[in-house]
Ligand binder design. Structure first.
Ligand SMILES: O=c1ccn([C@H]2C[C@H](O)[C@@H](CO)O2)c(=O)[nH]1
Ligand SMILES: [Zn+2]
Length: 132
């Protein structure tokens, strides 16, 4: 599974987006170290604040299936610039992925931005900050 294939997976995921309110469909695809791919789309609700982003859908699917080790995340939407994950998703990505893991942001025009988990959320609040 290379980057282009994972982007295609994200585009397929995007087709399942449930977005009657925003009409803004997003797709994500998350590759695990053992080669599994988890697709995610955004899922909205009449109670608007209940919306779940594509990125978090992909992570929650993977985590709920027992996956722990992630290798690459791709995100796609019909944006002018490569689609930029929201703050909540950046926090979730930081929880589950190594700081140097690659994240590929893209759009339907084919613009591509390769970034990393730590670049998306430098100085993220994390488990080490908790008093235990
Ligand atoms: O990276 C992003 C940005 C936004 N959204 C969703 C949330 C909402 O359903 C819609 C508009 O913000 O797009 C995502 O899924 N991922
Ligand atoms: Zn988000």
């Amino acid at each position: 599974m290379d980057i282009e294939q994972l982007i295609d997976e994200a585009k397929e995921a995007r087709k399942q987006a449930y977005v009657p309110y925003s009409k803004f469909a997003v797709g994500a695809a998350l590759l695990t170290e053992n080669g599994n791919v988890y697709r995610g789309c955004n899922i909205e609700n009449a109670a608007y604040s209940m919306a779940n982003c594509a990125e978090r859908t992909a992570f929650f699917k993977a985590i709920s299936e027992g996956e722990k080790n992630f290798k690459l995340l791709a995100v796609v939407a019909d944006t002018d610039r490569p689609c930029s994950p929201c703050g909540a998703c950046r926090q979730v990505i930081s929880e589950f992925c190594p700081p140097d893991m690659k994240v590929v942001l893209t759009n339907l025009k084919g613009d591509l931005l390769e970034t990393t988990v730590k670049e998306l959320l430098p100085g993220a609040f994390n488990a080490g900050d908790l008093h235990e």
